[in-house]
Design a binder for this molecule. Structure first.
Ligand SMILES: Cc1ncc(COP(=O)(O)O)c(C=O)c1O
Length: 355
């Protein structure tokens, strides 16, 4: 048995894998992969997949849910283009690689970006606090969970400026108050479903108000909303499987229950990192992510022995992102706590033999 701690694409519930596989063979007499996205059967899937997002997160009236493509990487540009207003100024919080990419893409389309808070001074190992948000901004953007560094905002940014968030790696892991946001986007491939779809939750009143002179149809959220996410061929398999996964999430207590399970996994993992003398965590304790726990071996500890031991235990995907090294245990919704116990046991055993 494998214990998949991969950062995304990542583990989904086994039952969802099974149901998705069955639909590839038989979806109302056809393969899901050959069915027309315009068919009644698929339109129903799209409708349910969007409704379940609203149900799972308690999305209030006045918001539209869209499934697009291009990943969160195209989301960076979509967000900047659709939120651009007269000032063409936006505030960004830089918490690492993905936030930096969001900044770069906004600048690429002519946004005057003010990075009013950053954790770059300490290698992105903390979440900036006590910052002042400048005035005169079209919008403020932040990344709720920093997949690479293992930091996570524990609170929503408090502002009256329109708020945009890249929630790729913690959406559906806990309850969120969607009414605080004007635009949320997330690549599907963590807690939602397979890679291929990008989830967008957008406040209706912000659509169609961009002042950008450049607006390709595919990047215009208003056009997608008018076509019910069917302006062009949607990523059928990713959306169908996301629908199955959302059904599974809701049947298992929704985001409230997921948050409790994720907290338990996080506590188990971090208590091992803190108490094991051969390991340490680089992230400020109150900013730690329950989705991605980053940790390092202390100097002199034999990494080749540790690596051999976790591989032997069936663990995969715990090498840190290539840009930061070390280790990263990604513990998305579908990762059972039993897998975290296996990793913790390996860390203990390693220290017993090598400490
Ligand atoms: C927080 C965050 N934002 C953006 C991205 C980029 O997403 P995509 O590969 O869907 O473009 C990732 C990928 O892991 C991420 O974790």
């Amino acid at each position: 048995m494998k214990h998949n701690f991969g950062a995304g694409p990542c583990i989904l519930p086994q039952e969802v894998f099974k149901q998705a596989a069955e639909a590839v063979i038989d979806f109302n007499g056809l393969s899901l992969l050959e069915v027309s996205h315009r068919s009644g059967d698929f339109v129903q899937v799209m409708d349910e997949a969007r409704d379940l997002v609203k149900k799972a997160l308690g999305v209030p009236a006045g918001y539209t849910v869209l499934y697009l493509q291009g990943g969160a990487s195209l989301g960076f540009t979509i967000a900047a283009l659709n939120m651009m207003r007269d000032s063409k100024k936006a505030g960004y919080i830089n918490t690492g690689t993905w936030a930096s990419s969001a900044i770069k893409e906004a600048e690429n389309i002519g946004v005057d970006v003010n990075v009013f808070a950053s954790s770059e001074d300490k290698g992105f190992t903390y979440i900036p606090k006590n910052f002042e948000i400048p005035t005169g901004l079209d919008y403020v953007h932040y990344t709720s969970n920093n997949t690479i560094y293992g930091t996570q905002f524990q609170r929503i940014i408090d502002t009256t400026v329109p708020l945009v968030c890249d929630m790729s790696s913690d959406i559906f892991s806990k309850p969120i108050d969607v009414s605080k946001f004007d635009l949320i986007y997330a690549g599907a491939q963590k807690n939602l479903g397979p890679a291929g779809a990008t989830l967008i939750i957008v406040k209706d009143e912000i659509m169609g108000k961009s002042t950008s002179p450049f607006m390709p149809s595919y990047l215009d959220l208003k056009k997608h909303a008018e076509k019910d996410s069917m302006m062009n061929t949607p990523p059928v398999f990713s959306i169908y499987t996301s629908m199955l996964n959302l059904r599974h999430l809701i049947a298992n207590g929704g985001v409230d229950a997921a948050a409790i399970r994720n907290e338990a996994k996080g506590n188990l993992m971090y208590s091992e990192i803190d108490n094991n003398p051969l390991f340490f965590g680089p992230v400020t304790i109150e900013d730690r992510s329950n989705m991605n726990a980053t940790f390092l071996l202390k100097e002199g500890a034999p990494s080749e022995i540790f690596d051999a031991m976790w591989k032997e235990a069936g663990i995969i995907g715990i090498k840190g992102h290539r840009s930061v090294g070390g280790y990263r245990a990604s513990m998305y919704n579908a990762l059972p706590i039993e897998s975290v116990k296996v990793l913790v046991d390996v860390m203990n055993e390693f220290t017993r033999k090598n400490g």
